[in-house]
Design a protein around this ligand. Structure first.
Ligand code: NAD
Length: 433
């Protein structure tokens, strides 16, 4: 099939590349000239495991190309995905200006029947708005489909190539058939393609993110209770996660969720509820818990040092909002580091992928090191913010010898408290004994 994907960011690039990988001819469009130039030169603007190789292979095999020419791309394609950003507006709603702008541009470019698919995360009613925006500028026939994306950064290729399900929101069974044909190579193991009305498809994406964020905040609350009553959240997690009604995923307490999706999508869902005269109280609580949780490590640091960290140096391991990505949008590390800096502490940070992004955020306010051990000499504490695999089994003896004070503030519970205490560290986790 001939496909255009407008918006070549995290989602658009992955989606376009994966469709090319399954044999389609894909044009990825972006309005950012430098991004397209970089992609044409084989430079991938984001870190996503396996993506670079897959882009290269599909470009070489002439199934994938990059352009800023939206009109030319649309004319060549039957299916046109909109995968541009839907950032948070001032009132918390999803800002649809990019989506609707692209819809109009697609409409103006059409020279025959087209299928326009919204891949961006958009509030209920957007399919209708996209349809209206296109109808205003073209007399050619078209259909609009809502096809929310559930991939996770860091495992995006796998999630897209082997999805748990594909959600297709459309009113016309003939368009549903086109979408089923497109996705057939990815659901050969029997995973479902769920066809539904556009409003349900749009709401499904927000529901999934809100549910996952709720599990995280819920476990962070349980971890706080564990800290206060002397229970161990890991034991509690095992006991409840093994219940088949609950399951193990998204039960890990930590320093709160971040990223480009959960924070803005929760706000957008709460805004949708408000616009329907409904106060979605649970969402407000989930967000409030998360905001507090981002500051929890700084609280633990301050408690340990009786409120005075002026002039002290902290090693920070992990900056990305989660492992396997360089994305720092809404990353807890920003709150943790700013909290330490605001109290006069110094920060020496390391992240395997996110340091170029972090340099744009912090400039020279913190020191960046190229190896994680280099953050430790003379440090008054180690603060773990992102659970990269390589941090899990370090040489503790070596660490202890390098640090001025062997204190670890483990925001992701990656170390065994007993092991560290035996070695002479002071250890603080999140809800662990
Ligand atoms: P992103 O910011 O990484 O990428 C968006 C891209 O769109 C940018 O490259 C930007 O230059 C381009 N763009 C903006 N306006 C344009 C225009 N008029 N014409 C052409 N290109 C334009 O965003 P993202 O993370 O890929 O997210 C895109 C959408 O997918 C959002 O709605 C997001 O909520 C949703 N989503 C994201 C993820 C994720 O993990 N990042 C997962 C699922 C869904």
């Amino acid at each position: 099939m001939k496909i255009t994907v407008v918006g070549s960011g995290y989602v658009g690039l992955v989606v376009g590349t994966c469709f090319a990988e399954s044999g389609n001819n894909v044009v990825c469009v972006d309005s950012d000239v430098s991004k397209i130039e970089a992609l044409k030169a084989g430079k991938i603007p984001i870190y996503e495991p396996g993506l670079e190789e897959m882009v290269k292979r599909n470009v070489e095999e002439e199934r994938l190309e990059f352009t800023t020419d939206l009109e030319g791309a649309v004319r060549r394609s039957l299916i046109n995905f909109i995968a541009v950003g839907t950032p948070q507006g001032e009132d918390g709603s999803a800002d649809l200006q990019h989506v609707l702008g692209v819809a109009r541009a697609i409409g103006q470019s059409m020279d025959a029947y087209k299928v326009i698919v919204t891949k961006s995360t958009v509030p209920v009613g957007t399919a209708k708005k996209v349809r209206e925006a296109i109808a205003q500028v073209t007399s050619h026939p078209f259909d609009v489909v809502s096809n929310p994306e559930f991939l996770k950064e860091g495992a995006a290729l796998d999630d897209f190539l082997k999805p748990d399900r594909v959600v297709v929101g459309c009113d016309d069974p003939r368009v549903a058939e086109i979408m089923k044909e497109l996705y057939a190579p990815f659901v050969r193991t029997g995973k479902p393609i769920l066809v539904m009305d556009p409003a349900s498809a749009e709401l499904a994406k927000y529901t999934a993110n809100a549910m996952l964020a709720t599990r995280i905040s819920f476990m962070n609350e349980i971890a706080t209770i564990c800290d206060r009553v002397g229970a161990d959240v890991n034991r509690v997690r095992e006991a409840v996660g093994t219940d088949s009604r609950i399951g193990m995923s998204f039960l890990f307490p930590g320093v709160g969720y971040g990223g480009s999706c959960f924070p803005k999508d929760l706000k957008a869902l709460a805004h949708t509820a408000r616009s329907m005269d409904y106060d979605f109280r649970l969402l407000t609580a989930v967000e409030a818990v998360n905001e507090r949780q981002k500051a929890v490590l700084v609280e633990k640091v301050l408690d340990h040092y009786q409120g005075d960290v002026k002039g002290k140096t902290f090693a920070v391991w992990g900056l990305a909002f989660k492992p396997q990505t360089d994305d720092m949008r809404e990353a807890p590390a920003i709150v943790v580091i700013n909290g330490l800096l605001a109290r006069g502490a110094k920060v020496r940070a390391f992240d395997p992928q996110a340091m170029p992004v972090a340099k744009k955020i912090f400039g020279n306010k913190i020191e960046f090191v190229h190896k994680y051990y280099d953050s430790l000499p003379g440090a008054d504490g180690l603060v773990i913010v992102t659970e990269w695999t390589e941090f899990r089994r370090p040489d503790f003896e070596k660490m202890k010898a390098m640090m001025k004070t062997p204190v670890v503030f483990d925001g992701r519970n990656i170390f065994n408290p007993a092991t560290l205490r035996k070695l002479g560290f002071t250890y603080y986790g999140i809800g662990v004994r």
